[in-house]
Write a protein that binds this ligand. Structure first.
Ligand code: FES
Length: 92
Protein backbone atom coordinates (compact mmCIF):
# COMPACT_ATOMS: atom_id res chain seq x y z
CA UNK A 1 0.00 0.00 0.00
CA UNK A 2 1.36 3.40 -0.97
CA UNK A 3 1.20 5.51 2.18
CA UNK A 4 2.00 9.10 3.03
CA UNK A 5 0.59 11.83 5.27
CA UNK A 6 -1.22 14.85 3.90
CA UNK A 7 -1.91 17.76 6.23
CA UNK A 8 -1.68 15.42 9.20
CA UNK A 9 -3.93 12.68 7.85
CA UNK A 10 -2.73 9.34 6.59
CA UNK A 11 -3.37 8.68 2.91
CA UNK A 12 -3.28 5.15 1.56
CA UNK A 13 -3.51 4.54 -2.16
CA UNK A 14 -3.80 0.95 -3.43
CA UNK A 15 -2.87 1.88 -7.00
CA UNK A 16 -1.18 5.29 -6.95
CA UNK A 17 -0.45 7.11 -10.19
CA UNK A 18 3.22 7.35 -9.23
CA UNK A 19 4.27 9.23 -12.35
CA UNK A 20 1.64 11.94 -11.85
CA UNK A 21 3.07 15.11 -10.35
CA UNK A 22 2.31 15.76 -6.72
CA UNK A 23 0.72 19.07 -7.72
CA UNK A 24 -1.65 17.41 -10.18
CA UNK A 25 -2.59 14.75 -7.64
CA UNK A 26 -3.27 17.40 -4.98
CA UNK A 27 -5.40 19.51 -7.27
CA UNK A 28 -7.27 16.79 -9.18
CA UNK A 29 -7.49 13.80 -6.86
CA UNK A 30 -7.34 15.40 -3.40
CA UNK A 31 -9.16 18.56 -4.56
CA UNK A 32 -6.72 20.78 -2.66
CA UNK A 33 -6.36 23.72 -4.99
CA UNK A 34 -4.37 26.05 -2.76
CA UNK A 35 -1.15 25.03 -4.47
CA UNK A 36 -1.23 26.60 -7.92
CA UNK A 37 -0.04 25.63 -11.35
CA UNK A 38 2.20 28.45 -12.53
CA UNK A 39 5.17 27.81 -14.75
CA UNK A 40 5.28 24.02 -14.40
CA UNK A 41 9.08 24.18 -14.60
CA UNK A 42 10.20 24.85 -11.04
CA UNK A 43 10.70 28.57 -11.49
CA UNK A 44 7.79 30.39 -9.88
CA UNK A 45 7.08 28.57 -6.61
CA UNK A 46 3.28 28.74 -6.94
CA UNK A 47 3.13 24.99 -6.36
CA UNK A 48 5.29 24.93 -3.22
CA UNK A 49 4.43 22.51 -0.44
CA UNK A 50 6.41 21.45 2.62
CA UNK A 51 7.76 17.93 2.72
CA UNK A 52 9.06 16.01 5.73
CA UNK A 53 11.10 13.04 4.65
CA UNK A 54 11.60 10.15 7.08
CA UNK A 55 14.72 10.69 9.18
CA UNK A 56 15.06 14.34 8.14
CA UNK A 57 14.80 16.73 11.11
CA UNK A 58 13.31 19.68 9.26
CA UNK A 59 10.78 20.08 6.46
CA UNK A 60 11.85 21.20 3.03
CA UNK A 61 9.88 23.29 0.55
CA UNK A 62 9.51 21.45 -2.72
CA UNK A 63 7.99 22.19 -6.08
CA UNK A 64 4.89 20.07 -6.44
CA UNK A 65 4.99 20.46 -10.20
CA UNK A 66 8.35 18.72 -10.44
CA UNK A 67 7.83 16.04 -7.80
CA UNK A 68 6.30 12.76 -8.88
CA UNK A 69 3.74 11.37 -6.49
CA UNK A 70 5.85 8.23 -6.20
CA UNK A 71 8.64 10.24 -4.55
CA UNK A 72 6.64 11.04 -1.44
CA UNK A 73 6.13 7.50 -0.17
CA UNK A 74 6.35 7.55 3.62
CA UNK A 75 6.67 11.33 3.75
CA UNK A 76 4.53 14.03 5.29
CA UNK A 77 3.19 16.76 3.04
CA UNK A 78 1.84 20.09 4.24
CA UNK A 79 -0.14 22.27 1.84
CA UNK A 80 -1.50 25.73 2.39
CA UNK A 81 -4.81 24.13 3.37
CA UNK A 82 -3.05 22.44 6.28
CA UNK A 83 -1.82 25.67 7.79
CA UNK A 84 -5.04 26.21 9.70
CA UNK A 85 -7.51 29.04 9.78
CA UNK A 86 -7.34 32.42 8.21
CA UNK A 87 -5.02 35.15 9.33
CA UNK A 88 -6.84 37.89 11.30
CA UNK A 89 -6.39 40.25 8.38
CA UNK A 90 -8.08 37.75 6.05
CA UNK A 91 -10.92 37.33 8.53
CA UNK A 92 -11.45 41.08 8.68
FE1 FES B 1 6.04 27.12 -11.04
FE2 FES B 1 5.86 24.71 -9.90
S1 FES B 1 4.38 25.73 -11.05
S2 FES B 1 7.48 26.16 -9.73
Amino acid sequence: MFTFWLNGERVQLPAPPIAMSLLEWLRVEARLTGSKWGCGEGGCGACTVLLWRPNYPTPQPINGCLTPLGAIYGCQVLTVEGLGGKHPIQQA
